[in-house]
Design a protein around this ligand. Structure first.
Ligand SMILES: *[C@@H]1O[C@H](CO)[C@@H](O)[C@H](O)[C@H]1NC(C)=O
Ligand SMILES: *[C@@H]1O[C@H](CO)[C@@H](O)[C@H](O)[C@H]1NC(C)=O
Ligand SMILES: *[C@@H]1O[C@H](CO)[C@@H](O)[C@H](O)[C@H]1NC(C)=O
Ligand SMILES: *[C@@H]1O[C@H](CO)[C@@H](O)[C@H](O)[C@H]1NC(C)=O
Ligand SMILES: *[C@@H]1O[C@H](CO)[C@@H](O)[C@H](O)[C@H]1NC(C)=O
Ligand SMILES: *[C@@H]1O[C@H](CO)[C@@H](O)[C@H](O)[C@H]1NC(C)=O
Ligand SMILES: *[C@@H]1O[C@H](CO)[C@@H](O)[C@H](O)[C@H]1NC(C)=O
Ligand SMILES: *[C@@H]1O[C@H](CO)[C@@H](O)[C@H](O)[C@H]1NC(C)=O
Length: 379
């Protein structure tokens, strides 16, 4: 359980509403087939009772110390969870999504923390090479990319303690896979995750009853271990989002957190071969706050990696801080070993990138590796 937290926190991604591309070349690939939609999703799952809260930046600093200190795994320093609700809690969320294509093989994309769905489809001039969505559409896939609950177009009135929890977000993804089949005409469904979104994707794929049969899983910003959680949590320099930028986040509760500045975000998300202008855009536009409840709920949820039967690709930037402590080479054999029921696991541990793989120079080659993997699985 604890072992999942590191990667989860590490690989957070979020996105804001998709802006119109100003580059006409960029607009051709998928604008014709992509549209912004709102999908109501009802979930019914138990909730953790989180017994801490963040009122100000002093609390945010204390949280970071609590989650990174040496004895974090001991009962003397337990997770800020005092129990679980006695039964399922029902909620309906309005999910903001980008939907492209019209059925057939469909890719469902889940971003990480301190990220948004813009991760999968950047909106700055000249960003086409970084757009996984456009690359996928160009290869004939349909795509469903969404903001996780509490983020950007899915912010709504999501409570950062009682709603924004790992098992709730997994149930949301399961519901979206059903939406892909029933409303988009998907004939096959592949789950593609980044960071926290990779944990969610693996958890949804492990639950065939809720998600239906999943045809392939691609995990990025992920190694399946929480071992490198501390440099991520400390390095991200977490602050209360609403006081970081009242214009953007003044309506969010104080338990939504954001990185202090672009350099803190760059430390956890960028390394190797990247363009600093793209890292600037990531901080200024793509990055969105995450909710306090997301961390302890992930740490306290055992993800059944051993029940994922779909083929799995783990695709890593070598220099990923949160997943690998800055060097993934040699670490992913242990990751592959988690998926004991998978039809086949492939790993790539050495792309010249940090955690935000899609936003590095190697993105086009990384995307092609994903499509080659999917096609080899018949997706
Ligand atoms: C906490 O436990 C996890 C899983 O057992 C382990 O990977 C991690 O290294 C431990 N962390 C510390 C600080 O001991
Ligand atoms: C950090 O841990 C201390 C000691 O358990 C606790 O009193 C405090 O509420 C925690 N703070 C946060 C923000 O989790
Ligand atoms: C939260 O609840 C747990 C379990 O009851 C307890 O051990 C822990 O000290 C509590 N933490 C805080 C910050 O109140
Ligand atoms: C939650 O929804 C289920 C159906 O999905 C229903 O059977 C149940 O009564 C609901 N619970 C509450 C507390 O509303
Ligand atoms: C538009 O994007 C394409 C592909 O990235 C690039 O080749 C071209 O130079 C860009 N044009 C402008 C005006 O930015
Ligand atoms: C806050 O966000 C707005 C809107 O994105 C932006 O124009 C402004 O520069 C930001 N302010 C700071 C202090 O970052
Ligand atoms: C970095 O990205 C910016 C924005 O897309 C672009 O104008 C610039 O040419 C890029 N620099 C390099 C060296 O690729
Ligand atoms: C990982 O597995 C590959 C192929 O099975 C093997 O060549 C390599 O030595 C392994 N690396 C480690 C660190 O165990």
């Amino acid at each position: 359980m604890r072992s999942f937290i590191a990667s989860a926190l590490l690989s957070v991604l979020a996105a804001t509403a998709h802006a119109a591309p100003s580059n006409t070349t960029q607009a051709t690939a998928s604008d014709s087939s992509c549209r912004e939609v709102t999908i109501p999703v009802t979930v019914s799952v138990p909730r953790f009772i989180i017994n801490t809260t963040i009122a100000n930046d002093w609390d945010a600093v204390t949280l970071a110390l609590n989650l990174t200190q040496r004895d974090v795994n001991t009962t003397a320093d337990p997770l800020p969870i005092s129990g679980k609700t006695s039964g399922p809690v029902n909620s309906t969320y309005q999910i903001g999504a980008t939907v492209c294509g019209s059925g057939g093989p469909t890719l469902v994309l889940t971003h990480g923390i301190i990220e948004s769905k813009l991760y999968w489809r950047p909106n700055f001039p000249g960003s086409l090479k970084y757009s996984f969505v456009d690359a996928a559409v160009a290869q004939g896939y349909s795509v469903l990319s969404y903001d996780r609950i509490g983020v950007a177009s899915s912010a709504g009135t999501v409570d950062p303690l009682t709603d924004a929890q790992f098992q709730v977000e997994t149930a949301v993804l399961s519901a979206l896979t059903q939406y892909a089949r029933n409303s988009m005409g998907a004939t096959q469904v592949a789950l593609i995750g980044h960071s926290y979104g990779s944990y969610i994707s693996a958890a949804a794929a492990s639950d065939v009853e809720a998600s239906g049969a999943i045809d392939a899983v691609v995990l990025t910003g992920f190694s399946g271990t929480v071992q490198y959680f501390a440099p991520f949590v400390a390095g991200a320099a977490l602050r209360v989002a609403r006081t970081q930028n009242a214009t953007r986040w003044g309506n969010l509760a104080s338990s939504y957190l954001m990185s202090a500045d672009r350099f803190a975000l760059a430390y956890v998300y960028f390394a190797g071969d990247f363009n600093r202008t793209v890292a600037d855009w990531t901080f200024e536009v793509e990055a969105e706050p995450f909710a306090l409840g997301e961390l302890p709920s992930l740490l306290d949820t055992p993800v059944a990696f051993d029940q994922v039967t779909a083929p799995v690709l783990v695709l890593q930037g070598r220099h990923d801080v949160s997943a690998c402590g800055g060097d993934c080479v040699g670490l992913l054999n242990a990751t592959a070993a988690l998926f004991t029921s998978s039809k086949g696991v492939q790993t790539v541990d050495d792309l010249p990138a940090g955690h935000d793989l899609n936003l590095h120079e190697v993105a086009p080659q990384a995307f092609q590796m994903v499509f080659d993997f999917l096609k080899a699985q018949g997706v």
